[in-house]
Design a protein around this ligand. Structure first.
Ligand code: FAD
Ligand code: NAP
Length: 317
């Protein structure tokens, strides 16, 4: 039997939302346990430079910002635990959460489990992960010096990944299913500058039809097809493929107990008194796990703060 640890409040996740929530709770003298989850620091640790975190001009490395946030929690009375929750029983109180290393009970819970990268769902995609296929240019770009790589997607992540890879790889293809990027203007302009010297080749209105390779050789190439003319098919010989087609919320373990939207985000504001409330009294959600609209570091931190203030109000009542 696993040891059961009780705390008044439990916060799940150490991205901007979870860290901010824990900091606000500790400063309100509410004894809080903060569980790191599988990725201490969350999504931002995979980005090279954050240029829109206020006060950090011109930019701050994702890993540095998140180290600072986690250190902030370490300096307060917060019980920081390295564990990942795999099962929950939230239907009776105290809430029970079972982790890989221990079990936890609590009277109030803030879910800040964020989001994970989406897969395309193509054969070989998962098998070749780490063998040419990656979700993180900052982490793996180094392996593709002077090689040919492609990025799939058209959002901020895809464009940032392509810009990062353009400084390392021989050639970077961007394959996007539309003829216009979703990314911010400032990033698109940088991309245009890099495309001039033909380092970056943008394939608009194309989709990835097939991945070539095997476990021994790793990724060897891809087949892409035009969405405007199905006869326009191109085979690209590649060493690296970076998939950047967005994220999905980490809500699997809650799905039978917490109300979710159709696209699996946690529904909040169910109790009108608390913006971050879920369908269960005493359980709140913050950050990318519920926010399918803004999904920024600053908004996640903002929601973390709101959830902590909602918890305080909940206990005061
Ligand atoms: P996350 O950062 O996703 O953190 C989730 C946390 O939950 C993690 O610590 C994880 O370990 C934990 N967790 C997950 N499952 C469990 C579990 N079962 N049990 C316990 N814990 C769990 N935004 C910007 O504003 N500026 C940028 O420049 C920027 N760049 C980005 C670059 C990239 C490559 C990506 C992918 C995103 C970027 N974003 C940027 C978006 C930003 O990273 C997210 O909006 C933000 O990290 C969301 O914070 P969060 O705390 O809600 O979740
Ligand atoms: P995103 O904004 O959701 O963009 C995903 C992109 O992938 C879209 O262009 C989408 O196409 C495409 N796509 C989705 N499913 C696909 C599929 N099955 N096949 C092919 N293409 C597919 O995701 P993101 O770029 O990861 O960004 C996530 C959040 O983090 C956003 O809120 C973003 O602003 C934030 N972020 C911010 C920064 C920054 O501030 N610098 C950096 C990175 C991320 P469509 O265009 O057709 O929808």
């Amino acid at each position: 039997m696993q040891m059961i640890k009780h705390s008044k409040i439990l916060v799940l996740g150490t991205g901007p939302a979870g860290c901010t929530a824990a900091i606000y709770l500790a400063r309100a003298n509410l004894y809080t346990t903060l569980i790191t989850g599988p990725i201490p620091g969350g999504q931002l640790i995979s980005t090279s430079g954050i240029e829109n975190w206020p006060g950090d001009y011109p930019s701050v490395k994702g890993i540095i910002l998140m180290e600072r946030m986690i250190n902030h929690t370490k300096n307060l009375k917060i019980n920081l635990i390295n564990d990942t929750i795999i099962k929950v029983n939230l239907l009776k109180k105290p809430f029970l959460l079972i982790g890989n290393n221990a079990s936890y009970t609590c009277e109030a819970l803030i879910i800040a489990t964020g989001a994970s990268p989406k897969y395309l769902g193509l054969p070989l995609e998962k098998e070749l992960l780490g063998k040419g296929i990656s979700f993180c240019a900052t982490c793996d770009g180094f392996f593709f010096r002077n090689k040919n790589v492609a990025v799939i997607g058209g959002g901020n992540t895809a464009v940032e990944e392509a810009l990062y890879l353009a400084n390392i790889a021989k050639k970077v293809f961007i394959i996007h299913r539309r003829n216009i990027f979703k990314a911010e203007k400032i990033l698109i302009n940088r991309l245009k500058d890099k495309s001039i010297n033909s380092k970056i080749d943008i394939k608009f209105s194309f989709f990835l039809k097939k991945i070539y390779g095997n476990k021994e050789q790793g990724l060897t190439g891809i087949k892409i097809q035009s969405l405007e003319n199905s006869k326009n098919i191109i085979n690209l010989s590649l060493d690296g493929l970076f998939i950047a087609i967005g994220h999905e919320p980490n809500t699997n373990i809650f799905k039978d107990q917490i109300s979710l939207t159709k696209n699996k985000y946690i529904k909040i504001g169910i109790d009108k008194k608390y913006t971050t409330s879920t369908n269960i009294k005493g359980i709140f959600a913050a950050g990318d796990v519920h926010d399918f609209k803004y999904r920024q570091a600053i908004t996640s931190s903002g929601f973390g703060c709101m959830a902590a203030l909602d918890v305080q109000k909940y206990f005061n009542k």
